[in-house]
Design a protein around this ligand. Structure first.
Ligand SMILES: [Zn+2]
Length: 400
């Protein structure tokens, strides 16, 4: 005995999903399993409805002999629900297992109203979205939720969130699962929760920069947060606190009170909320990051100037981030993401960071825009539910 554990049905599914092996012959070769054992395991995946034969017709087998039928993950056997909460606004969608948005809704949802009301309302949105997409609630395999605060992903609870009053330690998973059941009558499904910047980073890296092994996304909206994806996985740190750069103290902010209760945070001087406040003081009507976004879109000169200045302040902090992580892509997302802010970031970043850490760095704006969080949340659910270690239990539950 070599002690090598035999490849499971979950391992075979993983090989097919990642397209590293897509024929029976290639799976035999990749796993060392016999033809009969591969056949038995694939049979269970077919009976679960998780695999289908590829459209492309037979291809030559790596083991010789008859050409093989290609196999692929059946991304139509279930759907995922995803939602992205901002402080005063939310977006929700039904997604296919491959991340395509099948139905989408956005509207006012105020985080300060508290988790019970907000998650109850999301349950109603999801029921309407399923109807719009023409999918029964029984096809939902899981729910992913992005929130604007630090999350303990083990429990799905937010931890001392500065801009989510009343949410600290609340059992988001149970409440959202119950809301979905209340509005659709379906059985409870797994609910996964993560920080919005993490999920935006995950969504953007997977869809637009899959080969980038060190990816950083900075979301600048009402607050400021960063998501870090290393080797394809979100880097969360030991308490889910990685990337929470909005509350780093900056010298220019000594007099500025942050929503976290401290003075001098980066978010208090350079977020969408901070820019809105400065504009309001100058007599320009603006109350939130999204108001600033609208002003920037119309080229409002004071908004443009303040966004560039905010970019410089964030760029100063990002010089440290970039020096520490040496990312290939630094993406700016959120309400302030645009040319003036990006120009400010570049000015300070290239001035303060070592040339070696920026030589191969691309500083870019978001590609998925307002959908990044939804795409990331959907992908998080799919990667969790179809991970090799979870497949056996789920197949058994399906009775195959
Ligand atoms: Zn703060």
């Amino acid at each position: 005995m070599t002690g090598r554990v035999q490849a499971s049905a979950g391992d075979l599914l993983e090989l097919v999903r990642s397209r590293r092996a897509t024929t029976r012959g290639a799976l035999q070769q990749a796993t060392g399993l016999s033809r009969a054992t591969v056949g038995q395991r694939l049979d269970r995946l077919f009976r679960a409805g998780w695999l289908r034969e590829g459209a492309g017709g037979p291809v030559d087998s790596p083991l010789g002999g008859r050409p093989s039928i290609t196999l692929e993950f059946d991304d139509e056997h279930a759907v995922v629900l995803a939602a992205d909460l901002d402080t005063r606004h939310a977006r929700a969608a039904v997604l296919s297992l491959s991340g395509e948005i099948l139905a989408e809704h956005s509207g006012t949802l105020v985080v300060e109203d508290g988790p019970d009301a907000v998650l109850g309302e999301l349950g109603r949105w999801f029921a309407e979205l399923l109807e719009k997409a023409g999918h029964g609630a029984e096809t939902v395999c899981g729910v992913g939720l992005a929130v604007p605060g630090p999350v303990d992903t083990e429990t799905g609870r937010v931890v001392q969130p500065p801009i989510m009053p009343g949410w600290d330690g609340y059992d988001i998973r149970s409440r959202l699962a119950r809301a979905l059941t209340e509005h659709t009558g379906a059985e409870a499904v797994p609910v996964l929760v993560d920080n919005d910047a993490n999920l935006m980073a995950y969504g953007e890296q997977r869809t637009g920069h899959p080969d980038c092994s060190a990816f950083v996304l900075v979301k600048v909206s009402t607050g400021i947060g960063a998501g870090v994806v290393v080797d394809g996985s979100v880097f969360r740190g030991i308490d889910g606190g990685a990337g929470d750069i909005g509350h780093i103290r900056v010298p220019e902010g000594a007099q500025a009170l942050c929503r976290c209760g401290s003075y001098g945070c980066l978010a208090a001087v350079a977020s969408g909320g901070a820019v809105a406040r400065r504009l309001a003081e100058a007599g320009v009507p603006a109350a939130s990051g999204s108001d600033v976004r609208d002003l920037l879109a119309s080229g409002h000169p004071e908004a443009v100037g303040l966004a560039r200045e905010a970019g410089r302040r964030v760029g100063d902090v990002l010089a440290t981030v970039v020096t520490l992580l040496n990312p290939g892509v630094l993406m700016i997302a959120g309400d302030l993401a645009g040319t003036p802010f990006l120009t400010g970031v570049r000015e300070l970043l290239y001035q303060r960071a070592l040339p070696r850490s920026t030589a191969h760095l691309d500083v870019v704006t978001s590609r998925l825009g307002e959908r990044a969080g939804l795409v990331g949340a959907g992908a998080m659910v799919v990667e969790h539910l179809y991970a090799p270690e979870r497949v056996e239990e789920r197949l058994r539950a399906l009775g195959v």
